[in-house]
Design a protein around this ligand. Sequence first.
Ligand SMILES: Cc1cc2nc3c(=O)[nH]c(=O)nc-3n(C[C@H](O)[C@H](O)[C@H](O)COP(=O)(O)OP(=O)(O)OC[C@H]3O[C@@H](n4cnc5c(N)ncnc54)[C@H](O)[C@@H]3O)c2cc1C
Length: 556
Amino acid sequence: MSSLPVPSALDARTQAFPVLTAAQIGRIRSGSKVREVNKGEILFEPGETNVPFFVLLTGSMEIVQSDLAGERLIVTHGPGNFTGEMTMISGRGILVRGRVTEPGEFLELSADGLRSLVARDAELSDIFMRAFILRRLELIRTGQGNVILMGSRHSANTLRLREFLTRNEHPYTYVDLDTDKTSQELLDRFEVKVDEIPVVICSARSVLRNPSIQELAECLGLNTAIDESQVRDLIIVGAGPSGLAAAVYAASEGLDALVIETATPGGQAGSSSKIENYLGFPTGISGQELAARAIAQVEKFGAKMMVAHSVAQLDCEKRPYKVVLDNGNRLAARAVLIATGAQYNKPRIPNLEKFEGQGVYYGATYMESQLCEEEEIIVVGGGNSAGQAAVFLSQTASKVHMLVRSGELSDTMSRYLTQRIEENPAIQLHYKTEITALDGGKHLERVTWRDKPSGETSVRDIRHVFIMAGASPRTDWLQGCLALDDNGFILTGRDLNGATGAPGWRLARSPQMLETSLPGVFAVGDVRSGNVKRVASAVGEGAIAVHLVHRALAEL
Ligand SMILES: Cc1cc2nc3c(=O)[nH]c(=O)nc-3n(C[C@H](O)[C@H](O)[C@H](O)COP(=O)(O)OP(=O)(O)OC[C@H]3O[C@@H](n4cnc5c(N)ncnc54)[C@H](O)[C@@H]3O)c2cc1C
């Protein structure tokens, strides 16, 4: 959401808190009731879900937030103003308290009523979505959430929780215990020990000591609006680009869809600082911005999203299938779409993550090749992708060191590639060699590698390392339900011919494109065998799959 065109401060205020015209209010009236309100009346409290939407006809109200110091005013609404921010659409617990300051008449519309109004009235949908997003952005900018996170730069869990809140676009106040002088007082107040850091205070009520992201999500009520007993049309496992695209198309086409995500929506793309080759964004877009826009779209169309929960198993015995969560809960669906992606294999090298995108790369496209023009670089790996990267990068880099852990190039490497590598004077092969250290400031500056047989180490001023150690599909949780290829990626459609190791196809018809060896279970994106590992193809497959899901549902 942070990538919306940035309006001036005045415009932003007007757009965040617009005054509706009489005609616009007239269109909200049908389906609403008029409520008489009295001074001091509380209309909603932090944490409440499915809170009604209010339009002020007369009178006024204040929106306040509680923190450790008491209450702080966010805004005062008058006639023509309306309440709400992104939680109105997502159904998650709200972040603020609403109190009447002047008696009057308010229009009251249920949360469901608001969602259907947004779906049918384009002008009001634009006004509300813009206002809700700008209000959420303002809460994030000013750190006015219902969460206080007290942590330290030296704690990995602090980083994880901050990342979780940021990538979920959840506003929070951060107290840096390394620098904040008053923090000791706060810690004493809650009797917190060093190993209990980070500490999270939710809605000024609960104190969590060194919580997991599941505990934090639970405390914030991020998943409370989800009815787990409902049999859904479609459960989408994974909220990377393919899962989010599927959710948008499914919900916009009337399917009752739920997305389940282990951590935060966005997937691998969410960790990309700039995606330059995705259609429609000529100047590039950060993965997080792309994800934030997609999440707003998912919520607008009414798909549900469960975060901080992994699907641990697929119960594929009979339809409706059940996905089993990490807490043992079972959720039923008539169709399942697997969008769990892949994880690039990361060798164990200290500081690797620190330099990701700052000298350490997992792809070698034209863009990366321009970064290391006329420089010495390293390619790690001995397989096809490493070979292709070394040959490709040798056209721009001054020298390519190819570091191979074993004593030879992979025997799966194409013969022509082996030959090109061996005959290329710009590529130097180092067998049985591993990187042992990466050093630098913000960007990678120095690499140390070790020749394993001799134990000799070399330190070189190299600023770019390409890791091509393969990608592993996230399919371990499927436990024999579906046919996989030799590398564990899910086979779909025509590729299923002759597949072994999974229950046979029992229907008279052939599997549809993107359908797995189980009727009504689809796979899209990086997790699918043969998929092109790109954001655009992941999004495209997510959209196509929904069309095929309709057909599979029609068979039931
Ligand atoms: C650093 C980086 C930069 C990239 N840059 C580009 C680029 O510039 N252009 C481009 O086209 N492509 C790029 N890619 C590739 C692109 O990001 C992927 O092809 C794309 O994200 C694949 O989308 P996906 O939805 O299939 O899977 P993923 O993005 O991998 O998403 C899968 C999601 O499923 C979740 N998940 C996994 N298992 C479970 C489970 N059991 N239960 C619940 N949830 C689960 C994961 O947490 C994850 O969020 C880049 C990749 C990386 C890593």
